[in-house]
Design a protein around this ligand. Sequence first.
Ligand code: SAH
Length: 591
Amino acid sequence: MPLRHDTEHASNAMSDIGVIATTARGRRAADRLAAAWPRAVRIVAADSPAQALRTAFTENTAVVSFLAVGATVRLLGPLLGDKHTDPPVVCVDESLEHAVAVLGGHHGANDLAHQVSEVLGSQPVVTTASDAVATTPLDSYGADLGFRIAAGAPLARAGAALLSGESVRLEGIDGWPLPPLPGNAAADVTAGDCSAVVRVTDRSDAAPDIPPTVTYHPPSLVIGVGAARDVPAGEVSDLVDSVLADNGLAPEAVRAVATLDLKADEEGILLTARQRGWEVLTYPADQLDSVEVPTPSETVRDEVGTPSVAEAAALRAATEAGSGAELVAAKRKSDNATAAVARLRPRGRLAVIGLGPGARDLTTPRAVAELQRASVVVGLDQYLEQVGDLLRPGTSVRSSGLGQEEERARSAVAEARSGAAVALIGSGDAGVYAMASPALDFAGADIDVVGIPGVTAATAASNLLGAPLGHDHVYISLSDLHTPWEAIERRVRAAADGDFTVCFYNPRSAKRDWQLPRALEILAEHRPADTPVGHVREVSRSDERATITTLARMLDGGTDAVDMLTVVVVGSSASRNVAGRIVTPRGYTWR
Ligand code: SAH
């Protein structure tokens, strides 16, 4: 079953952007967008700008208009329908100062305004209330998990209550890895004392009018179906509908229909699923055979090789998509079909996020989006301070000091296992000498894990130094706290012998001062004394200091300037100092 755990990033979602420009300047800007996203942008031309805009609105999934906001709104007014289905619209002014999210802010326009601004250097202008104060917006709450908002939900009233600090009662959100809501929204607010309710349920009971209640249906149900050959579609439909209705389950919460692989072409099942937009999942008999079910049947086993189809397939598919499953509607039969419903236990989510070397603009937009997606953020206190202003209201923060790596990793995984959306943060790239590996060592298959790459110290530093990584290179950590020095030295020798450019992480501390000179000596045995060496302290931070020197000078006291906030890059025998920059040529030279 394709899991829905990946955050849909706007750039992926907006695959088809219609761009309209009339002036020469607008057209140049449109060309820049097309160059930046060649597969997504379509520059729409027509007899008149008005016609081009209408065409883009009806034919594309998103619109960027280089017409004024007023003109755009006037032209599109008659075409406006539902904000959930209309394409988002962003207007950019003639001087490219502002990219205004005009229509569909929470349905892509706010993101598009930011993306357009990254390309054009404009300022995104976002006017949707909840984004202005960075609170998780209710109309996209749980959207990336597949939540559906029940019809007629009082989103505006509940959203206003949330933003103005009134008490909002949360029901049923436990176990779903949802983004945070501010502190005035809580599970322990009593129904009588709240201004609004936000509830997550796969049940179909109608929400009360008072207090205003927003219902989200999570994709938590799988319907298992078994059927005789040529079962009429009407019979399957009726059976499925009655099983859901009689058990008080919401059809909007159904994520899939599951059955035996022999039924993969059973038209009655396929048609029923197609009509409702449900995916069909099929399993071979031997996989269903091993699922424990309440009502097995020996007759069925004799016929198809498993004692249960409906119950077993429902449980099997739900378990696969979640971290466990239970049967919520036992098997029911009609003349030619059987149906049962299983509910999955959702999987928690762990995002392992690299924040980059320090500067805010070297933190990727995706890392920022993931930070805001998390309800629990775990990390070293210094990194948490660095990103504190980005976190949404209601985020819980678990900071810890240096050295408690394993404990931090364990607690992040434990929180995710309990169903939370957890972000584990680290500097640079979290997979490079950092938290990703201890965390994934503990993480089981019962949680979803996403890794967000960050700019690691070596690449940030090498861009300041020139182009030292133009050919093969290695990263070596000189910390012998957890790795015996003999192992480190063996790798340094191999790198020396292989003539790799070498990036040293954790190069030198007050207590570990002889390792770097020793490693450089080994390299000097295999490459010239004038080999360029660069070291950068505090890359991209306010005290950044980059130094370019040579191997000989490093060995002559040059290592004193290096500490644990520094990364050291030693060129290969082919690296050269060109105009004060280290350059390692692309072509192979072999001595
Ligand atoms: N995950 C980090 C590396 C952690 S190991 C990353 O990908 O960058 C810690 C070592 O990384 C430090 O001892 C130093 O060698 C290097 N380092 C991390 N951030 C740095 C920075 N801003 N400037 C220079 N070196 C840095």
